[in-house]
Write a new protein. Structure first.
Length: 111
């Protein structure tokens, strides 16, 4: 198993990667970094842990929608198109934050 160093939201991680899986791992890392950066840049959430949970929820929701929906026709996006973020995917970030706050206690720990 190969080890790959990646950066997510400015922090480095050393991840194990099966042989031949580096491209898929780097694509997954890019998606996580994009989601976390979009949430952080939105300015409403500052805690790294909450940003990570919201990014995970966004990605899981998008994956579930993709699995349920029929495949749309393939269209090429302009090269300067912004990466998909929570607002563009229709995810209600404010509602996710509210649900996250309810799930996390006042001390920021899971109940």
């Amino acid at each position: 198993m190969k080890q790959v160093e990646v950066t997510i939201l400015g922090q480095s991680y050393l991840l194990g990667c099966p042989d031949g899986g580096e491209k898929a791992l780097l694509e997954a890392v890019a998606a996580v970094d994009r989601e976390m950066s979009a949430i952080r840049d939105g300015g409403k959430v500052k805690a790294r842990e909450r940003i990570a949970v919201l990014a995970a929820l966004n990605l899981a929701f998008a994956l579930a929608e993709r699995d349920e929906a029929p495949s749309p026709p393939v269209r090429s996006a302009p090269r300067d198109a912004a990466p998909a973020d929570a607002a563009a995917s229709g995810v209600d970030v404010a509602q996710l934050i509210k649900r996250l706050d309810m799930a996390l206690g006042a001390d920021g720990q899971l109940l």
